[in-house]
Ligand binder design. Structure first.
Ligand SMILES: [Zn+2]
Length: 298
């Protein structure tokens, strides 16, 4: 993601944020690789201090900043402190990285052989880890993870805790001294946030409702949003899209269906439609945008 894409996703997901100093160009890219990025790593800072922006921006004598990309204050606001390579992940286990890339269950970490700072976005949540984070922090964490996964087409399997990574002695994000949160439970909450459609901020125990379905107009139905057409998506719009593709002569892609589950078949059919139209050819990625939608239903 570029800084502009980060801000666009924050707006799409209603994430409260503030920009700190020159975060867009503040990084350690001169010290090592940055990207390809495969996931989001969750940390606690180990401190309950109310303003940790400068620490995360500047770092310490031993560990120069930025120390993450996203700082998360107690009220649930994200502070953007850097973009690019950041000192948050250290070395970890290549088996864990492979699992994150494949979005498979995370194996037990037993090695520190792989640079994580080039591979993960990092969020530092402002709390000690010896008690639970605030509800507001947890709600924003879920939204942030969903926003990042939504952008990249990832699922919740791309989110890990630092304590799962293979850096010795790490147990963040914690909920009591020395104890890491149940990250499988956190991932399943993130999955729920991702599945809800365009989410709005809300406490985890009271999930926000999905965006209301746009009213169909006679002629061209309203484009519901890119969110509804992504790996893992299952909704009525995927069916509507598939049926229209069949109508337009792309039925050969569908050995069965079309149905509500977004699959590689839908993507292949959309891509073929895009490649057949010069206005769409340049960005024929198989994911429908407003123009593809409009042309498909015209
Ligand atoms: Zn950490």
């Amino acid at each position: 993601m570029t800084p502009a894409q980060v801000l666009a996703q924050f707006k799409k997901f209603g994430i409260p944020y503030a920009e700190y100093k020159d975060w867009k160009t503040h990084n350690r890219n001169h010290k090592g690789a940055w990207g390809p990025v495969h996931g989001l790593m969750v940390h606690h800072t180990g401190s309950d201090s109310k303003d940790q922006r400068e620490l995360l921006y500047k770092g310490t004598a031993d560990l120069p900043g930025p120390l993450c990309h996203f700082g998360l204050d107690q009220a649930g606001k994200i502070h953007l402190v850097g973009w690019g390579r950041a000192n948050h992940a250290g070395s970890g286990d290549d088996d864990v990285l492979d699992a994150v890339i494949a979005e498979k269950p995370i194996p037990v970490d037993n090695e520190s052989n792989t640079d994580g700072n080039s591979r993960f976005y990092g969020i530092e949540i402002w709390y000690s880890g010896t008690h639970p984070m605030t509800d507001a922090q947890y709600a924003t964490l879920r939204l942030l993870a969903a926003a990042i996964c939504d952008f990249h087409g990832w699922d919740e399997g791309s989110v890990i805790g630092h304590g799962e990574w293979g850096s010795p002695g790490k147990w963040d994000p914690g909920y009591k001294p020395g104890k890491m949160m149940d990250m499988d439970a956190v991932r399943s909450d993130i999955k729920a946030t991702l599945a809800k459609g365009d989410p709005a901020p809300g406490k985890p125990e009271k999930p926000s409702k999905p965006a209301p379905a746009p009213k169909p107009r006679p002629g061209i139905p309203a484009f519901p949003g890119a969110y509804y057409f992504r790996p893992g998506a299952k909704n009525q719009y995927v069916t509507t899209l598939g049926r229209q593709l069949v109508k337009k002569g792309y039925g050969k892609f569908y050995k069965q269906g079309p149905g509500p589950q977004w699959t590689a078949v839908d993507r292949a059919a959309v891509k073929a439609f895009q490649l057949a139209h010069k206005e769409l050819k340049g960005d024929a990625d198989g994911y429908p945008g407003p123009l593809t939608w409009k042309m498909l239903f015209s």
